[in-house]
Design a binder for this molecule. Structure first.
Ligand code: BEZ
Length: 264
């Protein structure tokens, strides 16, 4: 079923809906830039830049930025919004850029990259020795209530999601720190914290979030089953996630700062 904004492989993102309904993604990312503390003139790669709002904030703080995203619609929107900035199309798990960066910054993107080891290798290769990697992604337990209810409702409807098709990567601090270390990136700060996140759209907030972020779960599900599963989710999650006319997603974030070892 092609709901507006649904992300399906091949169909890509609805960048316009993303900008309208998911502003919280980059609004919450602003203070991640403080953790990076970009210095004027530093070369910074914004990995998974989406529509480019945080790339522009990095540039406003004096960094020389390149935004990279795997979705052509996102890159097109970013170029339209910020024509003076450089945006390139690329995959976080296989990109190679010629000139090394002082820092790689990534907000709310790496939980989409299930080939996490390949991504860590690309990040390490993109950094100069001593360069910083600063990221926020969904951490262990992220959207647990939504994902569990969704998995259960699909199974009850006769469309169980095979575990290998789970679309997200939500590591613990220990798991992610070990992965980075194995690729020559030394973690110097990490935090895992709850951030219940207000969804736009009032009564339609959860439905819109599912359309934007959970399309993969519904790839082989007929329209009428899709509609019924969404209805069931709203019914089951309402006591926990709906307050005073607003849906909240049970986000749990992992923030990390790592430095590329001088000797690789
Ligand atoms: C997140 O930002 O935590 C998130 C994004 C997409 C799907 C699930 C979680």
């Amino acid at each position: 079923m092609a709901l507006p904004g649904e992300r399906t492989p091949g169909a890509g993102w609805d960048a316009e809906l993303y900008d309208r309904a998911a502003a919280f993604v980059w609004q919450h990312g602003s203070d991640l830039i403080d953790l990076l503390a970009p210095q004027p003139g530093e070369r910074v790669l914004d990995l998974g830049c989406g529509t480019g709002h945080l790339t522009a904030e990095l540039a406003a703080r004096g960094a020389s930025v390149v935004g990279l995203d795997n979705d052509p619609a996102m890159i097109e929107q970013a170029r339209l919004s910020y024509p003076a900035l450089e945006f390139v199309h690329g995959d976080a798990a296989s990109f190679r850029l010629a000139e090394p960066f002082d820092a790689v910054f990534s907000n709310a993107a790496l939980h989409w990259v299930t080939r996490a080891a390949e991504a860590a290798a690309c990040i390490a290769a993109a950094l100069r020795p001593g360069g910083r990697f600063v990221a926020e992604l969904g951490g262990k337990g992220n959207v647990q209530a939504i994902a569990s209810a969704l998995t259960a409702a699909l199974a009850e409807a006769g469309y169980p999601l095979a575990p290998e098709r789970f679309p997200w990567y939500f590591p613990s601090i220990g798991e992610y720190a070990a992965l980075l270390e194995a690729h020559g990136l030394e973690p110097v700060y990490a935090a895992l914290f709850n951030r219940p996140t207000r969804l736009e759209g009032g009564e339609a907030g959860l439905r819109t979030w599912l359309a934007l972020f959970a399309g993969r779960f519904f790839e082989v599900v007929p329209d009428e089953v899709h509609v019924e599963v969404v209805r069931l989710l709203e019914e089951r999650l309402r006591p926990q996630l709906f307050r005073d006319g607003v849906w909240f997603a049970d986000y749990r974030r992992l923030r990390i700062l790592a430095v590329k070892r001088a000797n690789g």
